[in-house]
Design a protein around this ligand. Structure first.
Ligand code: CS2
Length: 531
């Protein structure tokens, strides 16, 4: 499948990438680039296509390690099979780091696929150019409005969707306020998508398909709803300001256009991607014989399930292991509730038990037993008629969590608990209550999150993990409240189970666990679960 290029041809990379930032002379022969690609050892797979012939067709927002281990690898396979009009333009919404690292490397980077026994290396070539939104929002809008762009994919993490505690758009968020006031110079994904879709509509260019690849429930529908909400506010504001552009074509504004004309298929993405360390970088440099500033570590497992609604066309993903379906819901629920739910449990209980990595935490018999019981609680909430094989799935998860080569840090997963727990844990717990079962294991994960927040600056380092709600969360944790008072304040703050009749019961279960955790750590909480 992967073949060597006969000549290294920079092509559209050099046409569109910002100038390499470092003065390259010192690095030319010693770092990964189109020029050094041919010198790599034969065991390193390299892009099997002429990169100069690739045409950009996808704009990706959020070029983190996950995107580079997952969607970019699938697209790399498509390009190698001849689907040359699906190159990726990568956009970072915040930081310059990825662009600064990848530009001198012509967008190339190493994907290290690690299992307990071996490491396979593959250089990915599908990211042709990189933009940094805060530096040049106009260039991002130009890429988004380019008629060749037919799909916009996103991995911006849960918190960047700017949902309020109730699930709707956080209209008071300063970045949303900014984007409504400055529609042509946006900061947020919502602002960029709305402005680009408006410009495309006005230019008579068909809309792109928006493909959300974040771990949100019904991620396509959720983004569709949030963006429509954003566009309604935008329409109202532009109306007030007497903007003649919107509605000039006699339609009902951008919100209507987005609601009716733009496709937002949902997708389920899965690959474990631990943060790259300096030791990884040093090892990869030795393997390649050249430096790679931005390699990505991952596991052999990789899965992508996508709803097949792409009016503007799509790569032939099904040829490369992607499952195209009508409804991704059951796959998404299984992944969020079994993989991600267990991950959060392992992260918080692991941190409280002194385990720095998932494999070490999962090897702890008490945590392993807890995860099995958590799965037993969550599985009945999944649809029975969707053909899901939960036994095979959890058996495979157990193997993946035991991969010692990944060193996946519990603190990494612990980030952004307020954004993750609703879909991973609370949703299953609510359904269990509806079925008159007590979600005791599930609610221990929420209690462990609160206890881990309380432990920061004490048993755990101050900023060991972070959360967009850190400021009010730290205030609650510092108030010396009872477990019940703390849990009530946290549920209010994070909007957990808002409006649900079983909310009081969930808070009660969580408070009981938190009391045990405060008294005797995870051991006491596990013991109480057994009683
Ligand atoms: C993890 C996920 O950090 C986290 O919250 O649970 O990133 C997880 O590794 C991926 O969803 C796996 O596909």
């Amino acid at each position: 499948m992967l073949r060597r290029l006969s000549s290294a041809a920079p092509g559209y990379l050099h046409a569109t990438l910002p100038k390499p930032l470092s003065s390259c002379n010192a690095m030319t022969s010693s770092h990964l680039s189109d020029t050094t690609l041919q010198q790599l050892p034969k065991r390193v797979a390299i892009p099997g296509y002429d990169r100069s012939k690739v045409i950009p067709g996808i704009v990706h927002l959020g070029v983190g390690a996950f995107h580079r281990a997952h969607q970019a690898a699938y697209v790399d396979n498509c390009l190698a099979a001849g689907g040359m009009d699906w190159g990726i333009v990568g956009v970072s919404l915040r930081s310059v780091d990825t662009r600064d690292a990848l530009s001198p490397q012509d967008g190339l980077y190493t994907l290290a696929i690690r299992s307990s026994g071996e490491e396979k290396l593959r250089v990915i070539g599908s990211i042709g150019s990189m933009l940094v939104a805060p530096e040049d929002p106009c260039a991002v809008l130009a890429a988004l409005t380019d008629p060749r762009t037919r799909i916009v994919t996103l991995t911006i993490t849960e918190k960047a969707y700017l949902r309020a505690a109730g699930g709707g758009l956080d209209t008071a968020h300063p970045d949303i306020v900014h984007d409504l006031a400055n529609p042509q110079m946006p900061k947020t994904a919502h602002g960029f998508l709305a402005e680009a879709l408006a410009r495309r509509r006005d230019a008579g260019t068909p809309p792109f398909t928006v493909l959300c690849c974040d771990n949100l429930p019904a991620n396509g529908a959720t983004l569709h709803r949030l963006l429509t909400e954003f566009a309604e506010l935008r329409d109202a504001r532009l109306d007030q300001m007497g903007d003649t552009r919107l509605g000039a074509k006699g339609d009902a504004g951008l919100a209507r256009h987005i609601a009716d004309q733009v496709a937002f298929p949902s997708s389920m993405v899965d690959r474990i991607v631990p943060a790259t360390t300096d030791a990884d970088r040093a090892r990869i440099a030795v393997e390649l014989g050249v430096e790679d500033a931005w390699p990505v570590m991952t596991e052999p497992f990789c899965q992508w399930v996508i709803e097949d609604r792409f009016p503007a066309g799509r790569p032939a993903w099904e040829r490369f292991g992607v499952t195209m379906v009508e409804d991704v819901g059951p796959f998404e629920d299984m992944k969020l509730r079994l993989l991600n739910g267990a991950h959060s449990g392992i992260a918080y209980l692991g941190l409280l038990s002194g385990h720095a990595t998932v494999d070490r935490a999962f090897a702890d018999p008490a945590i392993r037993q807890f995860v099995d019981a958590l799965w037993a609680e969550a599985i009945p909430t999944l649809p029975e008629d969707a053909g899901l094989d939960t036994s095979a799935y959890t058996a495979e998860l157990a193997e993946r969590f035991s991969n010692t080569a990944l060193a996946h840090r519990t603190a990494q997963i612990a980030n952004d608990g307020s954004q993750k727990l609703p879909q991973r844990i609370v949703a299953s717990a609510i359904e269990r209550l509806h079925a008159s079962a007590a979600p005791r294991h599930l609610m221990l994960v929420v209690a462990a999150w609160i206890a881990a927040c309380e432990a920061r600056g004490k048993a755990l380092p101050e900023a060991h993990f972070t959360d967009p709600l850190d400021v009010p969360m730290t205030a609650i944790c510092g108030n010396r409240l009872s477990a019940a008072e703390t849990v009530a304040a946290v549920f209010d703050l994070a909007g957990f189970a808002k409006g649900e009749p079983g909310r009081e019961r969930l808070m009660e279960l969580t408070a009981n666990h938190l009391e045990q955790l405060r008294r005797g750590g995870p051991a006491a909480a596990f013991a109480a679960l057994g009683s």
